[in-house]
Design a protein around this ligand. Structure first.
Ligand SMILES: NC(=O)c1ccc[n+]([C@@H]2O[C@H](COP(=O)([O-])OP(=O)(O)OC[C@H]3O[C@@H](n4cnc5c(N)ncnc54)[C@H](OP(=O)(O)O)[C@@H]3O)[C@@H](O)[C@H]2O)c1
Length: 210
């Protein structure tokens, strides 16, 4: 398939690209800084683009079969709207170019998965450190849900840089009120790429942890 990846210089995005290429997909990575992409492949095209500046990447959506987003950032303490504004632009670019399938990472703990990232995140990390980031993730999800796209929102537990195991739990009731459940970025990428082969979670949110 022809895939457009957002966040390809990030830790999960890199995994999506690496595993996607090994599965034979043709990938266009839209990244702010192409020099951060340290590998090359005949099926990989790297384009400079910032999700907040649609002009920089909009034409790259032409002819894609799906968009996989691992958009995220580290400036989460301050009030931020990067995820929602960026995602709004991505949705518009998809609609204009007639690309239907969107698979986007948010997180457990957002909207109706509130409390499912464990007690520590619920009582401390989300209210005191990630408050604005999670508010933005909530808006990001609502924009996707209100779109006409064939979307799937993937809500992982806490991310690790562990190896791909390919065995994990996914579904509506995944997550835990007391414990923070983990999942490796490699397995998040594995799950997202597998979603391209099935319609199980079409227009649905799905939790993902070990
Ligand atoms: N950490 C956790 O435990 C956890 C748990 C659940 C969910 N998540 C979520 O999972 C997602 C992926 O996490 P991660 O750790 O792989 O993220 P990451 O390493 O921080 O990568 C984020 C990616 O987004 C890109 N990006 C940021 N702003 C952009 C912009 N304006 N235009 C284009 N690209 C932009 C970054 O590009 P640059 O390289 O240019 O900065 C980077 O490629 C995030 O949404 C995160 O919040 C994380």
């Amino acid at each position: 398939m022809k895939l457009l990846v957002i966040g390809g210089t990030g830790k999960t995005g890199r995994e999506i690209i690496k595993q996607g290429l090994s599965q034979g997909h043709v990938i266009t990575a839209v990244v702010r800084n192409p020099s951060k992409v340290k590998y090359s492949h005949t099926n990989l095209k790297v384009l400079k683009g910032n999700v907040l500046i649609p002009k920089s990447y909009e034409t790259s959506f032409q002819g894609q079969d799906a968009v996989l987003s691992a958009l995220g950032h580290k400036k989460f303490i301050i009030k931020t709207t990067i995820l929602s504004r960026g995602t709004k632009n991505i949705i518009t670019a998809m609609e204009r170019n007639n690309v239907k399938r969107l698979i986007c990472i948010t997180s457990l703990g957002v909207n109706d998965s509130k409390f499912k990232l464990g007690l520590y995140y619920t009582l401390f990390t989300i209210p005191f450190i990630l408050f604005f980031y999670f508010l933005d993730k909530s808006k990001q999800e609502k924009l996707i849900m209100n779109s006409e796209l064939e979307w799937t929102i993937v809500r992982p537990g806490q991310l690790t840089n562990g190896k791909k195991r390919t065995i994990y739990k996914h579904g509506k009731n995944v997550g835990h009120y007391l414990l923070t459940k983990m999942i490796s970025r490699a397995d998040v990428a594995h799950f997202m790429l597998n979603l391209l082969k099935q319609n199980t979670y079409l227009k649905k949110t799905v939790g993902l942890t070990y």
